[in-house]
Design a protein around this ligand. Structure first.
Ligand code: NAD
Ligand code: ZN
Length: 232
């Protein structure tokens, strides 16, 4: 790992698993007991808004009971101390990166602590439950929904992410199964532009063979070790 200036880090649900937040594809391929199609698609939101809103209300409420783990803390330290460019792109909708102190970070799949107006497209900070029909503070339409990027919707910040990947000397993927695109394709983009690539995950991901190196183990152990080495 010599001559590295610019780093892009992609994180997924596995990073927050040791904080006590369930991953996407838990036992039986369910997310907290729900089929992904029933809580994570525009069709589900249209068909059963009560269920979808309640699901994300529960995920949002859970944030008060969890805390960043050593992997979030190590990444925040790398962000603070790394003198080159650095971007943490998270697929997670929890707020554990920012609570650990990370600054150079983007939520590509939205945030539990944000609401999105389906009418005017405004994003508003949101802490409490969000019942269907809640009025948008910007335009007044009763159209606020969870600010979560559902399957088939466009992830946030893709222009910034693509540019960072094109400039990256090192791309690191942590705790993601590599099943959800476009994030699963970032390793290929980074490689194409000449970056070294490293995967830190509990199990090999779907795209493991794309990485120059894969280290298997829990993020709470592997990430602090990797950050210590980068800052040594
Ligand atoms: P995923 O659930 O599909 O995959 C999780 C990956 O993490 C797996 O490869 C697993 O082997 C690995 N893993 C599990 N425990 C780990 C640990 N302790 N250390 C390291 N790795 C571990 O997750 P994904 O790829 O991020 O799926 C993406 C979707 O899931 C996103 O759209 C995201 O919004 C949503 N999601 C987010 C959260 C969250 O915000 N914390 C939680 C669940 C799902
Ligand atoms: Zn609005």
């Amino acid at each position: 790992m010599r001559d590295i200036q610019n780093i892009v880090i992609l994180t997924g649900a596995g990073l927050s698993a040791e904080s006590g937040i369930a991953t996407f594809r838990g036992p039986g391929g369910l997310w907290e007991g729900h089929r992904v199609e029933d809580v994570c698609t525009p069709e589900a939101l249209a068909h059963d808004p009560e269920l979808v809103h309640r699901f994300y209300d529960a995920r949002r409420a859970k944030l008060a009971e969890v805390a960043p783990n050593p992997a979030h803390v190590a990444l925040a330290r790398l962000d603070a101390e790394w003198s080159g460019q650095l971007l943490i792109v998270t697929q997670n909708v929890d707020d554990l990166h920012e609570r650990a102190g990370a600054n150079r970070m983007l939520h590509m799949h939205g945030e539990l602590k944000s609401a999105l107006c389906a009418a005017c497209g405004d994003n508003v900070e949101w802490e409490d439950n969000l019942p269907p029909g809640t009025q948008c503070p910007n335009c007044g339409t009763p159209a606020l929904r969870p600010d979560i990027v559902f399957f088939g919707e466009m992830p946030y910040h893709m222009d910034v992410i693509e540019a960072a990947l094109a400039d990256a000397d090192l791309f690191v993927s942590i705790g993601t199964s590599g099943a959800v695109y476009p994030a699963a394709g970032f390793v290929q983009t980074a490689r194409y532009h000449g970056a070294q690539t490293l995967e830190l995950n509990l199990d090999p991901s779907a795209g493991s063979h794309w990485f120059g190196e894969t280290r298997l183990g829990p993020a709470g152990t592997l990430v602090p070790e990797w950050v210590d080495a980068m800052l040594a």
